[in-house]
Structures are given as C-alpha cells and as structure tokens.
Design a protein around this ligand. Structure first.
Ligand code: IMP
Length: 190
C-alpha cells in the first residue's frame, strides 16, 4: 500500500518510516510537492486535517499528516499549536528552547506534554489518531539526538531527555510513536 506522509521534515519521516516497515511511505518530495503547506488552524487537529486534505485533493493520494505541539502547564498550554514558531516566524529550535527556558525560569511547575494528532485520508474517509507523552521541561539542554525541543524534554518515568535516546527508544514512548502505533493498528485491521 502506498501512502503519502505529508511532511518535508526528514527526521520525522525517518522516525515514522521505522515504525511502518510494511507500507511504502512516500514523502512530499517523492510526489513532487515542494511547497510549504500553510498551517493556519488554531488547533493541532485542524492543522493535521488541512495538510492531509491538501495532498489528497491536489495529488489524489491516500495521505496522513500530523501536527504536534509541546504543551507546558505553567504557560497555559503554550507553545502548543505554535511550537514551531514560538520564538518568531523565522525562529529555530535553539531560539525556541532559549525562549521556553527563559519563560519558565521562575516557575517550579515544569510539567508538560507533547501531543500529536494524525489525520488519515483513506478511501474517501477521514480518521484521527492522538498520541500524548507526559514529562517535564529540564533546566538545560541534554543530548544531541532528535530535533526540536528534544534536548530539554524528559519523558515521565525516564532519567534522560528525548535527545539522549535512540530513535528506537524514543519511538516506543513518544507522542508521535503512540499516535503512529494507533495508525498502524488501524491500517492492519483493514
Ligand atoms: P510538527 O507539527 O511535527 O512540525 O511540530 C511542530 C513543532 O513542535 C516542531 O517544529 C518542533 O519544534 C516541535 N516538535 C514536534 N515533534 C517534536 C519531537 O518529537 N521532539 C521535539 N520537538 C518536537
């Protein structure tokens, strides 16, 4: 079965492809889609739907798209749906982490969670899958694996940050891994 994963992010594609060995996973580049799909919704679910619909409507492929946010409790769920652009439109992972650490400086509550929503368009039907990983924001960066906020996020029940884990270890417990496992379960039940 051929399914498009609507992302330009090579790290994410690698993470998800490792979890879906039985599916021919196509990237946006593979189908000739080089444009950036606008993420204009105010919810993770809304953005996942926009991205999956864009590919299915324009290219005619079965497609799934995800949207992820880091929700920090002491910051009322920020950066949330704006996680990629927390430090500004042209922000990057380093600037985003710097800003988050600064905004949490005087806070003793460092609990947070990553949440992923996946929208799958298959055979004219839409399906949603959610994955949540609870944890806390560390006071400084640890490790250099992964991407995004990985160096400052420690999942609950573990002693290391996401950035100190292998792809395999992270995939088993991460928000995206859990949402993808639900997607896999669904695809296997067809
Ligand atoms: P996206 O919706 O997956 O593109 O995620 C939005 C933003 O959330 C990314 O730009 C990252 O800053 C952050 N993010 C998403 N997934 C992860 C992850 O697994 N680890 C760390 N940061 C992530």
């Amino acid at each position: 079965m051929k399914i498009v994963f609507a992302t330009h992010n090579k790290n994410k594609l690698k993470e998800v492809a490792a979890l879906l060995p039985h599916i021919e996973l196509l990237s946006l580049t593979d189908i000739g889609c080089t444009e950036e799909i606008p993420e204009t919704a105010t919810t993770l679910e809304g953005n996942a739907i926009i991205k999956a619909n864009f590919v299915t409507e324009k290219y005619g492929y079965a497609c799934f798209a995800d949207d992820t946010g880091l929700l920090v409790n002491a910051l009322d769920g920020a950066p949330g749906v704006y996680s990629a652009r927390y430090a500004g439109e042209h922000g990057n992972a380093e600037k985003n982490m710097d800003l988050l650490l600064k905004n949490l400086e005087s806070n003793s509550d460092r609990t947070a969670c990553f949440k992923t929503l996946i929208c799958l368009n298959l055979n004219n039907q839409q399906h949603l899958f959610e994955g949540v990983c609870k944890g806390e924001i560390l006071k400084e960066r640890h490790g250099d694996e992964g991407f995004g906020y990985d160096p400052i996020f420690k999942p609950a029940g573990f002693d290391t940050s996401f950035a100190q884990m292998t792809l395999d270890q992270k995939g088993k417990i991460s928000h995206r891994g859990l949402a993808v496992q639900k997607l896999i379960h669904f695809l296997q039940s067809l």
